[in-house]
Design a protein around this ligand. Structure first.
Ligand code: SAH
Length: 355
């Protein structure tokens, strides 16, 4: 059975489904989802992420978290956590870069939130030699200081889409048209969660809601606010997003999100505003939303690239220069990707997110 067959059967039985249910099935259906069954990352997969582009990304994130840990008095023990660790490359770079930070590894309990059994296997291999624990839900984070990173995790959480119709909203739904999947619209209805968007949208505008992000963010912010720590949330998106950002990538090419369910990576841009509001509601402080390029430059990526360049030549040097540009340049990932930092209200923000 293909995922398309399964989805058509589900629609015939239950009626059209939300974009959010569709995303959840495509990504994490236990047997047919794109994350559950395979490793979609890297040159041979569907998409490539910052830690897979260069070791510099994870090294700087690691040093940023370690400096925050030092600034907050080196609490021990603490959770060193990652959400959606992919191949484990980012955590491996964090561990290597922080190896010489006195006491950091000894105090760290490494925790990985990962839904995909296939990727848990890859992470276990990449991080072989480190003591790790996988958690199934965010509430499994121990009640202790939390230093956390999430890169391209929130963009994989399912969103619902709504189109403004007068003072109400019609949900974008996925149904069946002659054996294929097709978009349609649900009935006009008021949406309490979108009440504040009536002031900045007009008829026909599309807005996205990511309900699943809020309990995750709230739990992280509560730990940081109550116990100390810091979180770096890195993703593509913006403040108060507007418009259809559902995107499918297969073998690094954009494709129709309904075209080949389960065979492409599906994401939506992250709306950072509700994440920041959820943090504030717990008493946790958050940084300004900072472009990834600015954040990495402040942490010293150019000095790091120059140091690495000394031992490289030819195509390896070219690759390093291209990676630096790709991570930081405003026309590449530098501006599209943003960083939101969370930290206790009485502490300094993590390095690179000072203003
Ligand atoms: N952070 C990695 C991988 C990003 S891809 C990197 O930067 O390379 C998204 C990751 O989140 C994958 O590991 C995927 O399996 C995981 N993921 C997606 N939805 C999830 C969910 N609901 N719960 C836990 N993990 C999830």
């Amino acid at each position: 059975m293909t995922l398309l067959d399964h989805l058509i059967a589900r629609i015939r039985q239950d009626g059209p489904m939300s974009v959010s249910d569709y995303m959840a099935e495509c990504l994490l259906h236990p047997e047919l989802g794109s994350y559950s069954t395979r490793d979609p990352l890297g040159a041979k997969g569907d998409f490539i992420t910052a830690p897979e582009i260069s070791q510099m990304f994870g090294e700087l994130i690691g040093l940023c978290l370690a400096q925050s840990w030092i600034d907050q008095g080196q609490p021990s023990p603490f959770s060193l956590a990652e959400l959606g660790p992919g191949r484990g490359t980012l955590m491996a770079d964090i561990m290597r870069a922080t190896r010489n930070v006195a006491g950091f590894h000894e105090a760290a309990q490494v925790l990985l939130l990962e839904a995909s059994p296939a990727l848990r296997d890859v992470q276990a291999r990449t991080l072989n030699g480190f003591e790790l624990r996988w958690i199934d839900t965010i509430s499994d984070l121990p009640e202790q200081p939390l230093f956390l990173v999430a890169n391209e995790f929130f963009d994989a959480l399912p969103v619902r889409q709504f189109i403004r119709d007068g003072e109400g909203w019609r949900e974008r739904l996925i149904g069946e048209d002659s054996g294929a999947l097709a978009f349609g619209l649900g009935p006009d209805a008021a949406q309490a969660a979108l009440q504040d968007r009536l002031t900045d949208t007009k008829d026909g505008d599309l807005v996205e809601l990511c309900a699943a992000a809020i309990p995750v963010l709230t739990c992280i912010a509560e730990r940081i606010s109550n116990k100390g720590g810091a979180a770096l949330i890195v993703d593509y998106g913006d403040w108060r997003s507007l418009g259809d950002t559902l995107q499918a990538l297969q073998a690094h090419e954009r494709c129709d999100p309904l075209g080949d369910p389960g065979q492409a990576d599906l994401t939506a841009h992250v709306d950072f505003e509700p994440l920041a509001l959820a943090a504030r509601a717990t008493g946790c402080a958050h940084s300004r939303l900072t472009p990834q390029g600015v954040f990495l430059e402040r942490l010293g990526i150019t000095a790091r690239a120059q140091a690495l360049a000394k031992s490289l030549s030819g195509s390896e040097l070219e690759e390093l220069i291209a990676a630096h540009r790709r991570l930081t340049h405003p026309a590449e990932m530098g501006n599209l990707f943003k960083v939101l930092g969370l930290f206790p209200a009485h502490s300094a923000p993590p390095p690179g997110l000072e203003s």
